[in-house]
Write a protein that binds this ligand. Structure first.
Ligand SMILES: [Zn+2]
Length: 423
């Protein structure tokens, strides 16, 4: 996603535009520690065979490799949780943790798991981007293709929309693909096809679909051009969730004001983010003046109750990690929220397909693994995510409204600090 602290004047629209194709360098993660698509399929199939609680369904195929997109269902509770990981193919740790969590929920007989499954029902898509996950190219120019992963899927634009949208790119290695976390659209497929039902005047610079909707303009809306996002949208609309969770990686960043004297500043290993509506507009880090459309700062389709639950869900993860008491776990920062109208959380949480019965949301972003963190860093990121997931599931099972948590824990958490140069 984009940098914090650069709320720009609305005269500079092109610059303000969030999250175009990201040209960051591939991470220094050793992908051999992660499951290939074939291994993931094998593992999920094995869990389904061994567990009488888990059901596995293929909900689609990836655009390039035609690899399966898996959806896992587990749990019998009234509170529905929809969880997706690795929509960006080079952001792999969420999938590894999701797999561990699916295994626990499917096989463990602990009291904690029983309690979770009695109260929650999960729909989990553990790898939204199989093409990006398996992407190989000759990154170091030695003549052999390395497994580096990529943000986008691998799909050409063949004129299937009026204009080629801003989130299609040919980076790296010249291969075309979509940033799929910009491909969602708030309007349900049953009433609107953004590939064909757009209008010329909605397009800005022949790159951005600025779609009008219920008196607002939803800047840079997605066009559902990818089969993966059409599948995720169907899955979400069928699940009709109360909570939606998505897991990402971001660049390395410092924890603000953490270094004193000879002590170096520490790194934040995770940032979290809650989508919220107009009731929290005055808490927005990106609302420069009253003339800016509020759809650049908040999601007006999330009511007070849902926004509050989103924020409390984030508060609970921050608290749960801080209670672990180590400096890794208390380095959590906030990712400053503003809506990305083509993203999973902002397009789907309003839940227009189910009459606007909106879902609370949460974004996890763990820091890239840097060279100096090595395998230890990978282990920490997996642990942070796993603790975050399991603690939040337990808390939601205890009380789906999260009554005992408050919103200020979230707003008191600092926005993440300056970026750390990647090797
Ligand atoms: Zn991401």
């Amino acid at each position: 996603m984009t940098t914090i602290g650069t709320a720009t004047a609305n005269t500079d629209r092109e610059k303000y535009r969030p999250g175009g194709p990201k040209l960051g360098s591939p991470k220094s993660i050793n992908l051999n520690a992660f499951h290939t698509n074939a291994e993931l399929t094998k593992e999920l199939t094995k869990i389904e065979q061994k567990s009488d609680r888990v059901s596995l369904r293929e909900i689609g195929r990836s655009a390039g490799r035609n690899d399966p997109l898996w959806e896992v269902k587990v749990g019998d509770g009234d509170t529905e949780v929809h969880l997706i990981t690795q929509i960006h193919g080079d952001e792999a740790t969420g999938t590894e943790v999701a797999l561990k969590v699916i295994k626990s929920l499917g096989m463990s007989n602990s009291q904690q798991v029983d309690h979770i499954l009695e109260n929650l029902s999960f729909t989990i898509i553990p790898r939204v981007n199989p093409d990006g996950a398996m992407y190989h190219y000759d990154y170091d120019g030695n003549g052999d293709a390395e497994w580096v992963g990529r943000r986008q899927n691998t799909q050409a634009w063949n004129g299937e929309s009026r204009y080629k949208p801003y989130y299609h790119s040919t980076y790296p290695a010249g291969d075309p693909g979509y940033d799929m976390n910009r491909d969602f659209n708030i309007r349900p497929p049953s009433e609107f096809n953004p590939r064909t039902d757009d209008r010329e005047e909605w397009w800005y610079n022949q790159r951005y679909l600025d779609m009008p909707y219920q008196g607002h303009t939803l800047f840079a809306s997605g066009l559902r051009l990818t089969p993966e996002i059409r599948a995720v949208t169907r899955s979400f609309n069928e699940a009709n969730p109360d909570y939606a969770i998505t897991h990402h990686h971001k660049g390395g960043n410092l924890y603000p004001d953490s270094g004193t004297g000879n002590k170096p500043q520490k790194q934040t290993l995770m940032s979290v983010m809650a989508p919220y509506g107009e009731d929290y507009l005055d808490r927005s880090p990106f609302y420069p003046d009253d003339h800016t459309p509020i759809t650049e700062a908040v999601n007006p389709f999330l009511d007070y109750e849902t926004s509050t639950r989103s924020i409390k869900l984030n508060s609970l993860v921050i608290e749960a990690l801080a209670e672990r008491g180590s400096s890794i776990f208390d380095s959590i920062t906030r990712y400053g929220y503003y809506p990305l109208w083509g993203s999973y959380l902002d397009a789907l949480c309003p839940n227009i397909a189910n009459g606007g019965d909106s879902a609370a949301g949460m974004l996890y972003e763990v820091a890239y693994q840097t060279d100096d963190l090595g395998q230890k860093g990978l282990g920490r990121m997996l642990e942070l995510t796993k603790v975050g997931f399991l603690e939040s599931f337990t808390a939601l099972a205890d009380n789906p409204e999260l009554a005992e948590y408050d919103t200020e824990t979230y707003f008191d958490t600092p926005l993440y600090g300056e970026g750390i140069q990647q090797q």
